[in-house]
Ligand binder design. Structure first.
Ligand SMILES: Nc1ncnc2c1ncn2[C@@H]1O[C@H](COP(=O)(O)OP(=O)(O)OP(=O)(O)O)[C@@H](O)[C@H]1O
Ligand SMILES: [Mg+2]
Length: 291
């Protein structure tokens, strides 16, 4: 795992790790077309968390799918480490998919319920043709990064894990690929409040300890502001606001951002004193590492 740390820290900080430039996605639908993402430009810098926030249907997942190269752009350019990857194919695309990993909303759907955690993680490594000799050590290290003990987790089946633990296993699986970017699309939406905080804290630790670049997609501006260094606000496929988290919280420019902020009671005051936890009532204690 030391390789993961050193590779990420050695990254060139002047160039964004990942960029979308003037990216648009139009879908043909009955009776016409809709523009889900409209001329969006955004840069993702090494070792930073950027949150994309917006209400349902604002185009967040469509942007994510284009960045992940799971869906072609209608127009625009995706750049990774300074290289145009918009039309990448073959082994180069497979290499890109290793570097840019994703975790999604429902970790249960990503598990085969008949596989133990250990079996699933080893299988992922074999499919990626990685580290046959040291797989146990790599798995243990990556589970450790998300606060799980390999001796406890390896023999468990998905139904024996909490939602938060399942999501952490998914993050560990992504980390095994030694990614440069981790994209989390509503990865905490299905978790209850205290588990949500624990997963957000894991993502923060990965940024701080591994210098990982994180793209965090959420409809909840509270979570975005809790976690991110920068926040992008999307409405109807457009970026309507983009700034540092402090700028977005304390000097929002767009009415839509102000409306989203107004839905989170006293976010400004409580973030100032760090007394607020996303979605959690004030009395909830900090979650245990293995919750
Ligand atoms: N394959 C598709 N074909 C047609 N329309 C689509 C397709 N995928 C997404 N859309 C439309 O594009 C718009 C943006 O969808 P998208 O899933 O990106 O929103 P979102 O911000 O991720 O929403 P949510 O918070 O509900 O996940 C929506 O109007 C959606 O109906
Ligand atoms: Mg979505």
């Amino acid at each position: 795992m030391t390789e993961i740390v050193s590779a990420a820290v050695a990254a060139d900080h002047s160039t964004p790790v990942l960029s979308a430039k003037d990216v648009t996605k139009t879908f043909k639908v009955a009776g016409g077309s809709i523009t889900a993402v409209d001329n969006v430009s955004v840069d993702f810098h090494a070792g930073k968390v950027l949150a994309v926030v917006g209400e349902s249907g604002s185009g967040k997942s469509t942007l994510a799918r284009m960045l992940l190269r799971l869906m072609p752009v209608t127009s625009g350019t995706i750049t990774y480490q300074g290289k145009d990857v918009t039309n990448l194919g073959g082994s180069e695309l497979r290499r890109y998919w290793r570097d840019v990993q994703a975790v999604f909303q429902d970790p249960f759907a990503s598990f085969n319920q008949f596989f133990s955690v250990g079996h699933m993680l080893k299988r992922s490594l074999r499919l990626a043709e990685l580290d046959k000799g040291t797989e146990d050590q790599l798995i243990e290290t990556c589970l450790g990064y998300v606060g799980l003990k390999s001796a406890d987790a390896m023999h468990k089946y998905p139904h024996q894990l909490s939602g938060g633990q399942r999501q952490r296993v998914m993050i560990a699986r992504a980390l095994m690929m030694n990614p440069k970017v981790l994209l989390a699309d509503e990865a905490t939406s299905m978790l209850d409040a205290s588990l949500r905080v624990s997963v957000l804290n894991v993502l923060q630790e990965l940024r701080d300890n591994l210098h990982l670049t994180v793209l965090f997609i959420t409809h909840d501006i509270g979570q975005a502001c809790y976690l991110a260094d920068e926040v992008v606000v999307m409405e109807h496929g457009l970026v309507v606001e983009h700034g540092t988290t402090d700028e977005v919280i304390f000097t929002p420019q767009h009415d839509y951002t102000k409306r989203l902020l107004a839905d989170v009671p006293d976010l400004q005051g409580s973030l100032k004193t760090r007394s607020w936890e996303p979605g959690a009532p004030a009395h909830v204690p900090p979650p245990a590492k293995d919750s």
